[in-house]
Design a protein around this ligand. Structure first.
Ligand code: MN
Length: 346
């Protein structure tokens, strides 16, 4: 495995030099952030990111993400134009050494929490999701923690209305349409596509979601069989679905050579519905058996990229929610230990 760390480009207040000092760190996972979704990234902008990473002694082999325009997910008339731009972006990033692209196919919201600063017993805070709080949200007047700046209320209502016509089957057909056009480009330029799990893995606000469980991945892979068509095994996202056997999924898809990227984090189930809280990475702190998941990856030949996913906010850091330095660095150290043990006892 190759250990990586998400870095939000030049606006990220965590210096690359700090990332470089985390034990075992090989590279950054980043993206071009100042181009509207659906448009082509310039060579210069990708070259600039690559030069910054190089300068810090870090690789840039993973992009997270090249976002998919809503018109592609909705199957609207302009999707061919946006798919063409997507293919251009794949070719551009490949030119600069990128080997893996993480993306998602979630309508409108690519994550959802009800609290960005859930207070933990140890004084840290982390993101959490409560079914009771979710049910209090008025879908006709949506204000969600972390989302208010992404869409105007009008934009949001018109998008939600557009998706009323889109069934799970239709969304899946639109995903296959997209993959049939981008995967051949990936095969040609040597980039692996890694779809991110739905976060959380169920429908929200009536929006369909189709990457929530093993059956979803199976039908996606049988529709477009190239191994360039793979998954970002986000343990916290799949793991929020209590019927998902994350270690079983890790074993199965690693054996197929389709786990190109793994996001490792833990969550704790907080009630009998589907509420959960993000916690430190250690198995004992949450509901997921992280050692078993890593063991499943290693035993099944996993050789993709890994990054510590969301950490708590600790030591008064006040970082971007989920993306502070300290707890993700602690997570990285723990992940190193799990992999070393799994590999040495294989
Ligand atoms: Mn993730």
């Amino acid at each position: 495995m190759k250990l990586t760390f998400r870095w939000y480009g030049e606006k990220d207040n965590i210096p690359l030099s700090y990332i470089r000092q985390i034990p075992g760190m090989t590279g950054v996972v980043t993206a071009v952030y100042d181009v509207p979704v659906g448009e082509a990234w310039s060579d210069e902008s990708v070259a600039r990111l690559k030069a910054l990473a190089d300068g810090a002694g870090l690789e840039m082999e993973v992009i997270e993400s090249i976002p998919v325009h809503e018109d592609i997910k909705l199957g609207r008339g302009k999707r061919d134009l946006y798919i063409e731009n997507y293919c251009k972006n794949l070719r551009t990033v490949a030119k600069y050494g990128v080997k893996c692209v993480c993306y998602n196919f979630m309508p409108v919201f690519d994550w959802l929490r009800t609290d960005m600063h859930h207070k933990n017993a140890d004084g840290s805070d982390s993101l959490s999701y409560s079914r009771a709080d979710y049910e209090k949200v008025d879908p006709n007047n949506l204000h969600l923690p972390g989302w208010d700046e992404s869409y105007s209320p009008e934009e949001l209502q018109s998008l939600l209305a557009a998706y009323k016509e889109v069934s799970h089957e239709q969304l899946f057909a639109n995903l296959v349409y997209f993959l049939e056009r981008v995967i051949p480009v990936c095969d040609e330029v040597g980039v692996k596509m890694a779809i991110h799990a739905d976060d959380p893995p169920w429908d929200i606000f009536g929006l369909p979601r189709i990457v929530s469980c093993e059956a979803d991945l199976d039908r996606m892979f049988s529709a477009v069989p190239s191994v360039s068509n793979g998954v970002t095994l986000c343990t916290g996202s799949f793991g929020a679905g209590r019927t998902n056997d994350v270690a079983g999924m890790a074993a199965k898809y690693a054996a197929q050579g389709r786990v190109h990227f793994a996001h490792l984090r833990n969550i704790r189930y907080t009630d009998d519905t589907d509420s959960f809280c993000e916690v430190g990475h250690r198995s004992a702190d949450g509901s997921l058996d992280m050692a078993k998941i890593v063991r499943a990856l290693v035993d099944n030949g996993f050789d993709g990229y890994v990054r510590p996913d969301h950490g708590r906010n600790i030591w008064d850091e006040n970082g971007k929610p989920g993306y502070g330095l300290y707890d993700r660095a602690l997570g990285a150290a723990y992940i190193n230990g799990l992999f070393e043990m799994a590999e040495k006892t294989k």
